[in-house]
Design a protein around this ligand. Sequence first.
Ligand code: DX5
Ligand code: ZN
Length: 216
Amino acid sequence: MLIAPSMLACDFRRIGEEANRALQAGADWLHLDVMDGSFVDNISFGPDICAAIRHSVPDGAFLDAHLMIDAPDHYLPRFVKAGMNMITIHVEREGHVDLHATLAAIRSAGIQCGLAVNPATPVEKVLPYLAEVDMILVMSVVPGFGGQSFMSEVLDKVRRLRDEREAAGLSFIIQMDGGIGATQAPLCRDAGADCLVAGSSTFKAPDMAEAIRSMK
Ligand code: DX5
Ligand code: ZN
């Protein structure tokens, strides 16, 4: 199980040190939540802060950018330049953004691509893209804020994606994001998740290494 602490829950006054604290505590990836105040009701940080995190961590650190923004196609080159390893866009922008083209553009930049699905969006919306992605992100909260409660009803989507993956002989990762800690991790694993994003339960834990170990 890959554990990706969300930088949204860190102490922003010293974001570079916080990134390294998570890596030293055993984080597999760092999850960077980008919010534009339009796609979601919150504003977090953009490509310049992502680049600052890149420059603060060792070269091999895996940076997973989750773009909760209206125009991921327009801003994509800036996140590529910021040195991200994975860029995830939202299926809810279908019809406004050419998702097939944007996923292809991420891959042609030599970066892994992900597609996220909100709790209220049926999992069927992502099925046409499964052969084009490295990861599907199943949101287990309504995106916008850290510290919300896990929505266990989304586990059905994870099971469905695991079955679809096997039936089609594909190998995309299934990530879950929102409200996840040691209590929820086994449910996510049993449903078929490969990677868990965890903000509050890691950065706000008294012992982050222990928090990550207990989720693994
Ligand atoms: C929600 C974000 C998540 C979330 C994780 O919009 O995508 O990454 O902040 O934080 P916790 O683990 O606190 O729910
Ligand atoms: Zn996220």
